[in-house]
Write a protein that binds this ligand. Sequence first.
Ligand code: SF4
Length: 435
Amino acid sequence: MNVLLIYPGLVDGFGSYRSGSDWFNHGVGIISAVLKQEGHRVRYLDCRQCRDWADVRTRIAAEPFAVALLSVATVDFDASRMIAGIIRELAPRAKIIAGGPHPTLATAEMVGLPEFDCIFTHEAEVTLPALLADLDRLPRQVRGEMPMELDRLPFVDRALSPGGETPALWGLPRPFFTITASRGCPYLCTFCQPAERMVFGNKVRKRSVTNILAELEVLTGEHGMRSFMIHDDCFTQFPGWVEEFCREKQLRGLKQPFVCQSRADIICQRPELLARLADAGLTWVLIGFESGSDRVLSFIKKGATVAQNLEAARICRRLGIRIFANYMFGLPTETEEEMRQTVAMIRTIRPDLYAPAVFTPAPGSELYDYCRERDLILIDSAAGYRRNVGSGAKIRGVDYALVRKMVGQSMRYAFLSRARQALQVLRNARCRLLA
Ligand code: SF4
């Protein structure tokens, strides 16, 4: 069967793929691999590579297809509806199935939309192939069965992005790739959960180290991988597994530097694990510090304290691991004084890369419900779910001019980081020109 697999990905607009917004969508990548394994002909349309809507139309019409699969994230919701409308017009007999995080988190809203023939929630690898076997009897709504043994799945389809991705972090040579080693997260952060658990379930499922290493070897051998990032929400939560990963990576002679995400509390509890990761090539760690106020950290159920945030940063410094700091302003109940405490914490940490965000109530999260129950939400379009500074007001009662000021103050010592980032952008542009 001819399948058109579509990733809208238009959060940074048309043409953004060429300017560095070329991250790999692992959900799309695994679906492509599974369907190809089943013998389907999969054509991939990445809208980030399109010039404009006319280009999207041309590419959709380029070849016939029986079914279009759209990966819908909340930020892509409006674009996904536009794309589905174009498909209806150009290929009226084709079925349109919407999957991805938004259908799972906002199922009732999606089911009410006429643009889509079928709303596919949760994970698709097990259930989607059977669904495609009988397109004439497509149910309105399908819940995908969860694959329990991730090792049994094929590797994601790198044909969608054979050259890898653009590293936003300096010191990571290209080709750079991202991989996922597990699904799910046991933590309780209220700006995120229970959405994460709604999508991936309560139990964390891990790939075996052997399986992960096999993928890294394929990336090295077939794509010349020179650095990578482990995408998992919290790679460091299982020490034995991480230790095995480090040992095997070194034994197999995989010397590439890599990046992972962790948490301040874990780093403080297990500094020796971070040292082991550094020895195995970890050069950057992404940490969600979030706030410099213990009251706010407790309100968002972060499970870490300001003291742990500062100590985790010290541990990373000692080990020579660079810090990518996620933090946010504009949470409900957050006071100006608490924002200033975040500024002070970030100035003390002096991360290598600053990633400030504006709190945005994500559908499916506890804080989304909190804001909705109190009629706080101001977002009125999918683009409003972007979290970057300057992406508009999110909730009532927050002074966004003050938020912008606090972001600026938190980054007062960011000149070195900015200079290095600018250099990295230039390097990336040069790589793209040479590619
Ligand atoms: S923010 Fe990160 S650590 Fe917290 S629940 Fe979500 S994925 Fe887990």
